[in-house]
Design a protein around this ligand. Structure first.
Ligand code: ADP
Ligand code: MG
Length: 234
């Protein structure tokens, strides 16, 4: 398997007045294409900072990050945005959909930032929404959809540009148990179709859907192991 993510000695420090927070203290990790990784750790342990670095949303103070063969360090804003757009789909706890905008238009959004051959935005967005089981909700606004349906729209948006990597920061944090299971089944399906998934969660049950579990504490990785007891029904 090819390496998709390679982080070496990644350091990220935040300064707030006199206070210094070592959000990441020299993180080394490699993730191959096709992996399904869960990241756990107490609040403040650096999980979101790690996701932001992997997602090219935040730049580390030092260390090297190679994403799908591209060294991220030194890239300017536009190159970072291009890399992010072609390589990564994002899913957040709060769905982050545009209000008063249909499901279809929400899913079309990432395609407006892509380069390359013109494609049929409508057809591609409809196809992505159909994949997540919302082919009959194209014209619904977010406030006309349940939380689980909104998260499925967000997942459709994350795959519409067909990126190799999906980053999900507590994607089930705002959902009930049954809906969480349905959302996790979608991630399983995406992983089975070849997507690499890195997912932050507080819940051991949710981490049980992944194949590999990374635990963080105080800005460091304290364990990194295969998931032994995977969720039932997989
Ligand atoms: P987690 O997602 O595991 O809860 P974070 O990565 O959000 O942790 O935060 C790690 C540490 O860095 C925390 O102490 C947090 O307060 C601090 N931190 C995160 N983002 C910022 C920021 N933009 N400015 C200052 N401190 C931050
Ligand atoms: Mg967080």
């Amino acid at each position: 398997m090819d390496t998709l993510i390679k982080l070496s000695s990644i350091v990220k420090t935040y300064h707030m007045g006199d206070v210094t927070v070592n959000a990441l203290r020299g993180v080394d990790v490699s993730i191959d294409e096709g992996e399904f990784v869960a990241v756990m750790g107490a609040s403040g342990s650096g999980k979101s900072t790690l996701m932001n670095v992997i997602g090219c949303l935040d730049v580390p103070d030092s260390g090297s990050y190679v994403l799908d063969g591209h060294e991220v360090r030194g890239l300017g804003r536009n190159d970072l945005a291009d890399l992010r757009n072609t390589k990564i789909g994002f899913v957040f706890q709060n769905f982050s959909l545009l209000a008063r905008t249909t499901a279809l238009e929400n899913v079309e959004l990432p395609m407006h930032y892509r380069h390359g051959p013109k494609i049929d935005y409508h057809a591609a967005a409809k196809n992505a929404l159909t994949k997540v089981g919302l082919g009959d909700r194209l014209d619904h606004m977010p406030n006309q959809l349940s939380g689980g349906q909104q998260q499925r729209v967000a997942i459709a948006r994350s795959i519409v540009n067909d990126p190799p990597l999906i980053l999900a920061d507590e994607p089930t944090g705002a959902l009930d148990t049954q809906t969480s299971i349905e959302v996790m089944q979608l991630f399983i399906g995406l992983n089975n179709s070849g997507k690499t998934i890195v997912l932050v969660t507080h819940e051991p049950d949710i981490a049980g859907y992944a194949k590999r579990l990374i635990k963080m504490r105080d800005g460091e990785i304290i364990s990194d192991e295969p998931v032994k007891s995977r969720a039932v029904g997989l």
